[in-house]
Every structure is written in structure tokens, then in C-alpha cells.
Design a protein around this ligand. Sequence first.
Ligand code: ATP
Ligand code: MG
Length: 419
Amino acid sequence: MEIKAIRGFNDILPDEVGKWQFVEKTVREVFESFGFAEIRIPILERTELFSRGIGEATDIVEKEMYTFTDKGGSSLTLRPEATASMARAYLEHQFYTFDPVAKLYCIGPMFRYERPQKGRYRQFYQIDAEVFGVGNPMVDAEVILMLIHFLRRVGLEKLELQINSLGCRDCRPRYRDGLKAYLTEKSFQLCEDCQRRIQANPLRIFDCKVQTCQEAIADAPKVIDFICDECSVHFNRVKEYLAMADLDYILNPRMVRGLDYYTRTAFEVVSYDLGSQNAVTGGGRYDNLFQEIGGLDIPGIGFAIGMERLISLLPKDKGLIQRSHLFIAAPGKDTHQEAYRIANQLHLEGIRAEFDYEGKSLKSQMRRADKLNARYVLILGEEELRKGRAVLRNMADKSQEEIPIDNLPDILKRKIFSD
Ligand code: ATP
Ligand code: MG
């Protein structure tokens, strides 16, 4: 029986990889110029890191985690997101003893057991950036600015930045109570899941896709009307700093983000070109996460970009796959070996040269050169080879010239790297 990939797990094929590499290269350039350093964290962690960090009553922990018991009897989970692992690494390696501020990013796969559909997979990639150790609203704005700058750099334009404040440990309980009271009155209109959420995590109702639930929360109290003075001052500062950076935003009082650890500033960037899975990226401040996982009082803020959704929005001309520079067509036995020698020499010079390993007919080799979309073909004839010469054909305009083989690297470098 033919073995296929698991549902929701995708191959990223060579044709598409150019876009991925382009995005990753741009991430490194932009994030590193904002002072972020890459960190690589494991894909497996102890389950309690996520259940404590993200929160028991969240969608991720309740139903989306890939959790299993390993041979030693420990409960392990394939990471569903990166923030908790990055915070764990920061504590474990005591980054704060070196410098209280850590700006970190990572790129890699995440795993969530969700219903696969367009823009929603079980293994998907995220670009994740976090700042640990700064509570100042200036950093909230800076992180958002970096995010928007990055999205523009990769060529995304029709984007909407939405922001909200979720309050803090002091004021959010008041909001939760207010929301609970409101929802209890509307409970007959809510789906079964949401009826349960009223007690466990009422804020999650805002993310429910069921029509009647959406209607029921139309007039629900807004968290922004409940936040304390300190949270309000913080939020106003964030808005001022965004304005200073000339960033447009929309206040979305219904954006609550799915995870328990968020406090104060929350943000999302949506694209109306994406259809129903329209969030390209989301993030926010989480000043309680560290206490949940390590007992230290360290503020944090960050975001995660979904790479599949981002890549589906890229302009067509971004990250085009590089085609071969040269195909060496060599049908004879001697010329075949010469092709091998020349190709190896060119590879060391950074020239993408291909040839036919089996020494097939000239006609079939020319067909292959066409298929590979090579820019030039070097035709090695027996006669010419004896004179140390070969024919170089430009595949775009079909012009040909005879050249000395010894000069080939220089000639090609001039042609290829000058345009
Ligand atoms: P959604 O509301 O779409 O489920 P989320 O709030 O669960 O998103 P986050 O945990 O904030 O998403 O993750 C950040 C980004 O990762 C999302 O904005 C999205 O682009 C991407 N993402 C999340 N889940 C998936 C998935 N299952 N498949 C592909 N991309 C995803
Ligand atoms: Mg989700």
C-alpha cells in the first residue's frame, strides 16, 4: 500500500521553497536590525509547560494538543506555540543575569490537532518574536512597528492592524464578572460549548464562530470599559507611540486573543484576502506567563506569524525559484567526462551548472536543458573539444558563439552576475 502524509501535515515542495527562503531571509534581516537574536528551542516539551503557561481552559490546551506518554512515562507535548518554550529557555538559562532585556525570535513548526482546511493545518510554521523583561509601553509599539515593517518588506499591503487592551490581573476579574452576568442572561442563545465557557473562560466566546453566539455577544460589555487607570495609561501610551511611528490602527474591542496569558496590549493583523482564516499574525503582552511557569515576575510581549497564511499572500514575483545558469550538453563519451569536469569546476565558482549523467543523445539533452529552463547551454562537440573550444548558446535569444573552454568560468560570471 502506498503510504501518504498524515492529514493536516504538508510537504513544502521545491517549487514553493523559494518563497519560504525569501520570508526567512527577510525575517532575519528585519528582526536582527531591531536587535533580536535567534533562539532554537525543542519541538517537544513537558505537557505542563503548556497547560500551565497557556491555560487549561483554552482551545489549545483543551482540545488541540498532540500529547503522548513517552517510554519513561512522562507526558510530553509537541509544541503548539513557541512563547512558553522561549520563556522556559529564558528562565532555565538565566538570561536575566546577563541583561534584563532579551529580544528573541525563532522560526519553526507548531502542532495543533485542529480540523484541517485552507489556512489551518495540524503542522504549520510560525515566526515568533518575543521581548522579555520590559513592561514599558514603548516596547509594545516597537514590536508592532517591527511586525508591520516586516510585513511590508515581504510585499504585503492590504493589511489591517487591530489593537485592544485586555486589562491586567487587577481589572480583568471585574470584566470577567460583568461579562459572565451578561452571558448568563443570554445563555439560551449560546451553543453548548459557549454555555460551558461562561464559567470556565467567558472571553473565549468572542472567538466562537457560531452565528447565534455572535448575535448574543453583539451588545456584550467591552473589556476596554473595565480596565484600571494604570492599564488605561499604558494603552494610551502605546497608541501615542504608534502614532509617532505613523502607524494606522483600528481599535477592536472584541479581539480578546485565545490564550490566558495575555494582559494589556493585544494585537492582530488581518488580511481580507485570506477569507475566513484571516489572521496572519497575532500577539500581545503577557505579564503573568512567567509567574505561571517559573515564579518570577518578568513582563513579556511578542507575536506569532502564521507562515502558510503569510506565504499565500505574497506577491507572485517574490521568492522565485532560481533556474539553472548553464546546461552542459555533451553527447559523446569523451565530452561526457569533460562535462563532469567542467560542471564541478563551475559549482566551485557559484555557477548553477547541470549536465546529463547518462550521456544521452544531443536531442534529449537539449530537451532537458529546455525543461530545466537553463539560461545558457554549452554544447560540447568532439571536434571542438579537441581544439579546446565549445559553443555557448543563449537560450533567451538563441544566439550562439564559439568560446575557448578555459575562459568559460570568466565568460559565464560576466554574463550571469552582471544582470
Ligand atoms: P486562529 O484564530 O486562526 O485559530 P490563533 O489565535 O489560534 O488563530 P495564534 O495562536 O495567535 O493563532 O497563532 C498565530 C498565527 O498562527 C495565526 O494568526 C495564524 O496565522 C497561524 N495559525 C494558527 N493556527 C494555525 C493552523 N492550525 N494552521 C495554520 N496557521 C495557523
Ligand atoms: Mg486557533
